[in-house]
Design a protein around this ligand. Structure first.
Ligand code: SAM
Length: 315
């Protein structure tokens, strides 16, 4: 954790000294505690409220997002504005979505001197993010999501960002360390599963850093990690029907200790079990393998073969 008066250098510009700036860093333990006391704020564990109080970690998050004045940043869950403030220095525009109405007046206070930030009160899972991006970032040359996510809804938020095919360059997020490891996992290990396949189908994942639980107020029970997902121009595998592909992947991981043949039999129906082994062999997949050994391309080939065979049959 660093001193609030540490000089920093803006990309391409002269060093910006704390005394030059109208704003004080929010992400220090003292300033965070002062703001919380000033506004009489109490944390809601149910909303995943763990505020970051370390400027070095913030800098790593912001640097990973590759922002400049031509780019926009969409933040999910600004809290009291610790990350928002740094994003506002790095990007042309920041839009931040916060669910907790008690934080809106605090954000208006802490971000009073940052005119390129707009705050949206709402649940990110319910918002039309495509419309929000079009409205807030028109004229900019790229948008990235940058956030310290509430851990109770990490996966639904990320799947919404990916499945809605939003026009994003990067997603740089702080999440629970185990979830980050699952997203970046390669075939063959115990971390590799349907989340790894879904994320890697849409993005190239990169683990930026591991973050100890001590840099938050209040401290969570788990360690965290910053992960950077760079959106692919087109998905990583040739899939004819995405819904069928993801259902096939889920089916192959349904019971991790079972072979792929056994999991697929449950998927297509026991009365069609005789079709499973030839179908797998036709895709070059040994039926005794487990789902966790299949690559994205093998899952895609399997889904295409199942579709051609009319499996699973419509109910
Ligand atoms: N960005 C701040 C920081 O780094 O200190 C706060 C991060 S805190 C881990 C998560 C934030 O997400 C909280 O402010 C919480 O109220 C907000 N939040 C939780 N669920 C949300 C949802 N569904 N939509 C939008 N914001 C949400």
């Amino acid at each position: 954790m660093n001193d609030e008066r540490t000089p920093r250098r803006q990309s391409g510009g002269r060093p910006v000294l704390a005394e030059d700036r109208a704003v004080q860093d929010i992400a220090t333990p003292r300033r965070t505690r002062d703001l919380i006391a000033k506004h009489g704020f109490t944390f809601k564990k149910s909303l995943g409220q763990n505020f970051l109080v370390d400027q070095n970690i913030l800098r790593k998050i912001v640097a990973a997002a590759e922002l400049d004045q031509t780019k926009g940043a969409l933040e999910i869950g600004p809290g009291i504005g610790a990350l928002t403030q740094q994003l506002a220095l790095a990007a042309g525009k920041v839009a931040a979505v916060e669910i907790d109405d008690r934080l809106i007046p605090i954000l208006r206070d802490t971000l009073a001197d940052t005119p390129n930030v707009s705050i949206e009160h709402g649940d990110v899972l319910k918002l039309d993010l495509g419309a929000l991006i079009a409205r807030e970032f028109g004229g900019l040359q790229g948008v990235s999501v940058v956030a310290n996510l509430p851990y109770y809804v990490t996966t639904p938020i990320l799947m919404k960002l990916l499945e809605e095919k939003l026009p994003l360059e990067h997603i740089v997020v702080m999440i629970q360390k185990e979830v980050a490891e699952r997203m970046a996992a390669k075939p063959g290990g115990k971390e590799y599963g349907s989340l790894s396949v879904a994320v890697q189908y849409y993005c190239v994942p990169e683990l930026v850093c591991i973050v100890p639980h001590t840099v938050f107020i209040p401290q969570p029970n788990v360690d965290s990690a910053v992960i950077k997902l760079t959106l692919r121009d087109k998905p990583a595998a040739d899939v004819t029907d995405e819904e069928h592909f993801f259902r096939t992947v889920q089916a192959c991981f349904a019971q991790r200790r079972k072979t792929i043949a056994n999991n697929l039999t449950a998927f297509v129906g026991k009365d069609r079990r005789g079709l499973v082994a030839p179908l797998l062999e036709g895709c070059g997949i040994e039926p005794s393998r487990r789902g966790e050994t299949l690559t994205l391309h093998e899952f895609a080939a399997l889904s295409r073969a199942l579709i051609e065979a009319g499996l699973p049959p419509k109910p």
